[in-house]
Write a protein that binds this ligand. Structure first.
Ligand code: AMP
Length: 402
């Protein structure tokens, strides 16, 4: 597999799949441009080599073809600003289709140093279907294919996977963002220095069964917090009051606990919880053992004892994977658990551990507590990262490696 950093793009037209699926307000203003800024280094490297860039992305979920609301034209001005920062002058063009005459002509006339953004790929139903003819037409717009869209790497769509077959080895590459994601994920999954602690939280056990099962083969410790912990606690015979629980997963929880015992993996459940008399930011709260929660009350965060025990495990670790919050961190009364765990991960990282935070809500949490630069890697791909850690082959990664 060729390496992006050592590839010389001089005179080449790079067709770059990015994830520009950013949120807009009703005035079409971008409210969070992280997905765009994350891929700027990839674009800059191609341009500074003397190449040109054709960008393609999906945007929202248009149902019936071209719709103004989902047009990528709303992003052009911001893209210009990002690329023209630091006194650079980059010409950014826009084609109002992806494979039509305008796109083909604009791509053909593109000069070194210029960028062309194609219209939303999902205006074509062929994109999500992984249509070969559509992928082939796209492939004609560039000499080299670069995939920098980790967020869609788990989808076998035309522009994320199928297209790669129309490029020879050496002409299909991961961009810098994707390369960083793959290297970090592989480090945790295949080269983890032990002790390796996985911290799994969030609302539902059912969403995290596959990742836990895969991690049972690799981790030394698994910390389980958040709403999903109460299904485990009830399965062990605890009284969990009105806490979140998936009654149809009680046996699954017991099976996971049993398997962990056989494999010598320590599973840590929260010994105590911050409980509330309603799911509300202004609820009355108390701290109680997690297996003795009275009726009418619910666990909405891990308690101080759990924080102490979990932090100790985390601070002894050499590799840490964190997916999912420890409580309802969006409400101030229930954020302490998630914040303390974020601090423990940061402290362990400062002592030399490799830490990877992935999944929408844990990423939101490290950002909220301003700790993103204190962990080793923050993944941009929620669903893709989860599937990677479930042990699945991601089509977007496989397509480049083949
Ligand atoms: P997930 O998307 O499955 O990772 O779940 C994230 C959501 O779980 C967040 O919005 C949290 O507010 C929520 N959550 C975490 N802990 C609890 C809990 N103890 N009870 C209810 N919801 C929770």
């Amino acid at each position: 597999m060729s390496n992006f950093s050592s590839h010389n793009f001089q005179g080449q037209k790079a067709l770059v799949r990015v994830d520009f699926n950013v949120p807009l307000d009703d005035q079409f203003k971008i409210t969070d441009d992280n997905r765009m800024t994350a891929t700027i280094p990839t674009i800059r490297k191609i341009l500074s080599d003397g190449g040109s860039v054709v960008l393609m992305s999906h945007f929202g979920r248009p149902k019936d073809g071209p719709t103004d609301k989902y047009s990528l034209k709303h992003l052009v001005e911001h893209l210009k600003q990002l690329l023209n920062a630091d006194g650079q002058t980059v010409n950014v063009l826009f084609a109002d289709n992806s494979i039509g005459e305008q796109a083909v002509t604009a791509a053909a006339n593109l000069k070194p140093g210029e960028v062309l953004l194609l219209e939303n790929l999902r205006f074509y139903k062929e994109e999500e279907k992984g249509d070969e003819a559509f992928a082939e037409k796209l492939s004609k717009l560039g000499d080299v294919y670069v995939n920098d869209a980790f967020g869609t790497a788990h989808r076998a769509h035309a522009s994320t996977a199928v297209i790669a077959k129309f490029f020879e080895p050496g002409k299909k590459l991961f961009g810098l963002l994707m390369e960083g994601e793959v290297i970090s994920a592989e480090k945790v999954l295949h080269q983890a220095e032990k002790p390796f602690t996985a911290i799994i939280g969030g609302a539902k056990v059912s969403d995290k069964i596959l990742i836990i099962e895969n991690l049972l083969e690799r981790a030394t410790d698994i910390i389980i917090g958040g709403g999903m912990a109460y299904t485990f606690l009830k399965a062990r015979g605890g009284q969990i009051g009105n806490s979140l629980c998936e009654d149809d997963r009680l046996q699954t929880a017991l099976d996971i606990l049993e398997k962990a015992k056989q494999k010598n993996v320590s599973i840590h459940l929260p010994e105590d919880s911050v409980i509330a008399d309603k799911f509300d930011a202004a609820a009355n709260t108390e701290v109680k053992p997690s297996d003795a929660i009275p009726q009418g009350w619910m666990g909405l965060d891990i308690g101080p004892k759990a924080i102490g025990i979990f932090s100790e495990v985390i601070e002894k670790s050499k590799t840490i994977l964190w997916n999912g919050p420890m409580g309802v961190f969006e409400m101030e009364k229930f954020q302490e658990g998630t914040k303390s765990i974020a601090l423990a991960v940061a402290a362990s990282t400062a002592k030399g551990a490799f830490s990877l935070v992935g999944g929408g809500d844990s990423v939101a949490a490290v950002n909220k507590f301003e700790l993103a630069d204190k962990v080793s890697y923050v993944s941009t791909g929620g669903g893709a990262m989860l599937e990677y850690f479930e042990g699945k082959v991601l089509p977007g990664i496989a397509a480049i490696k083949q």
